[in-house]
Write a protein that binds this ligand. Structure first.
Ligand code: GLN
Length: 470
């Protein structure tokens, strides 16, 4: 078998090689499957492999023969266990859906498979995407390929670790409050979240419907861009999807104006700040303008996000009741069945969020918490709109810390929520954001930097990342 160097392989390089017949789709897929075989037992990125790989390999190879192949044809990808693929177990890393086979495919899966992408399998996540370490998965933690005593991050930790450990070329995750960007930062790969509505949410299990975006991760910005371009665009099954021509009028610049909310960034650990400051230097040397600013409302976004997310989670998880699909526990009457099913099926973090969500929505408290958070969300959008009149991007580290050791965050939800301080802003406001690998701490742990842009300026983020050689 041809030996393929997977470590530095990009989608473009793989495509050129497939096109030139240097290797076949089968050989490319087998090279990645061999990595899954050798490392997944330890890393736990994939929960299981899909049963239609062989069929998809043949279809993709046929597209090369027919001349209908595109850049993504035959490219092996991972799929977060929260994105439905017809006929395949899609369990959201939850006991409540343990053996549940999706009855239809998500729009993103259909679009990518139509151009010949081969999804290898379902990747681990915090249960229903709630968390930042994958320790809330019912099926074990995903380890960080850089240092297996640490978490890969979450919730899309399986997808990110699969890319970082050369088990696939790119992968899909979802990003509700940072779930693609935070693990990307921890594992040293790239993670991109588009403007809310860029990509259809149809078939991605909802966590916070007004926050969720299906998002790509890859080693290179150009690869994430290829995936994002195929995924995005209007979808009749998701009315929040932006029109397909949204991106046409946007122009990229040569040099960008970048704002750093300094006092917020100051709260990061010293090792993160050290790597981050080097990156700021790199940006300056590349000719971009950097200014330190104060954006006081950013200090409150974590609170706004968590109040709203708990509320949306509590209503979105109501469907898992033992009556429609998934786990069903026997009980003495309907209420007892609900209680037993949900009691057994959900893990602690999901239960915590359901309880807090019903609390912030309850009569008497809704005004104090839920409605107040909604008002502040609008205020945030107003203030960001002003900022983006002056600056192209807002820059922060992606996370204030490096990947924690396994076990450190488990049972300490408040500290875990604090890791989201920089990422939740983009989802709360609905703006696009990217996490780029910027280098490692002296101890060898990856640190990512995050850029956020104004609504619909998704392509500028990918543009600057490419210009920086990411
Ligand atoms: N860590 C965040 C949370 O737990 C974000 C999760 C996500 O983006 N899915 O809510």
């Amino acid at each position: 078998m041809t030996s393929i160097e997977l470590k530095t392989l990009s989608i473009k390089k793989a495509h050129d090689a497939l096109k030139a017949g240097e290797y076949t789709v089968r050989e490319l897929v087998d090279a990645y499957l061999a990595e899954v075989e050798s490392s997944n037992g330890d890393i736990n990125a994939f929960l299981h492999l899909f049963t239609d790989i062989d069929e998809r390999v043949e279809l993709a190879q046929q597209m090369f023969t027919d001349g209908t192949a595109t850049e993504l044809t035959g490219i092996p990808m991972g799929l977060k266990a929260i994105i439905a693929k017809k006929g395949q177990v899609t369990n959201a890393s939850s006991k409540i859906l343990e053996n549940y086979k999706a009855t239809y495919s998500a729009t993103v899966v259909e679009r990518l498979e139509a151009v010949g992408v081969i999804f290898l399998g379902s990747t681990n996540t915090d249960e229903f995407a709630m968390g930042g370490t994958t320790e809330n998965s019912a099926f074990g933690v995903t380890k960080n390929p850089t240092d297996t005593s640490r978490v890969a991050g979450g919730s899309s930790g399986g997808s990110i670790a699969a890319v970082a450990a050369n088990m696939c070329l790119a992968a899909l995750g979802t990003d509700t409050g940072g779930s693609i960007r935070e693990p990307a930062s921890f594992c040293g790969v790239l993670g991109f979240k588009g403007t809310y509505g860029a990509v259809s949410r149809y078939g991605a299990y909802p966590m916070g419907s007004s926050f969720d975006q299906v998002s790509p991760t890859a080693k290179y910005a150009a690869d994430a861009e290829l995936v994002q371009r195929v995924m995005r665009g209007a979808d009749e099954y998701d009315m929040t999807c932006l029109p397909s021509n949204t991106w046409e009028s946007k122009v990229n610049k040569d040099k960008y104006n970048i704002a750093i909310p300094s006092s917020l960034v100051d709260g990061s650990s010293d090792e993160v700040k050290e790597v981050f400051n080097k990156f700021v230097q790199e940006l300056k040397e590349a000719g971009h303008t950097i200014e330190e600013v104060e954006i006081p409302i950013l200090d409150t976004v974590l609170a706004i996000y968590y109040v709203l997310i708990f509320a949306e989670v509590s209503s979105n998880t109501a469907r898992y009741d033992g009556m429609r699909y998934g786990l069903k526990a026997e009980g003495s009457d309907l209420w007892d069945e609900y209680k037993k099913t949900r009691g057994k099926g959900f893990g602690d973090e999901v239960k915590r969020r359901i309880m807090l969500g019903t609390y912030v929505l309850s009569a008497g408290y809704a005004g104090k918490y839920y409605e107040k958070a909604l008002d502040l969300r609008e205020q945030l959008k107003v203030e960001l709109k002003e900022m983006f009149k002056q600056y192209d991007f807002i820059l922060t580290p992606t996370a204030p810390v490096v990947a924690p050791k396994i076990g450190v965050m488990a049972g300490d939800p408040l500290t875990e929520y604090l890791m989201d301080i920089f990422t939740v802003t983009a989802n709360t406001a609905g703006i696009p954001a990217i996490s780029m690998p910027t280098g490692n701490t002296p101890g060898g742990l990856p640190v990512g930097a995050q850029l956020m842009a104004a609504w619909e300026n998704d392509d500028a983020l990918l543009d600057i990342a490419k210009k920086l050689g990411k």
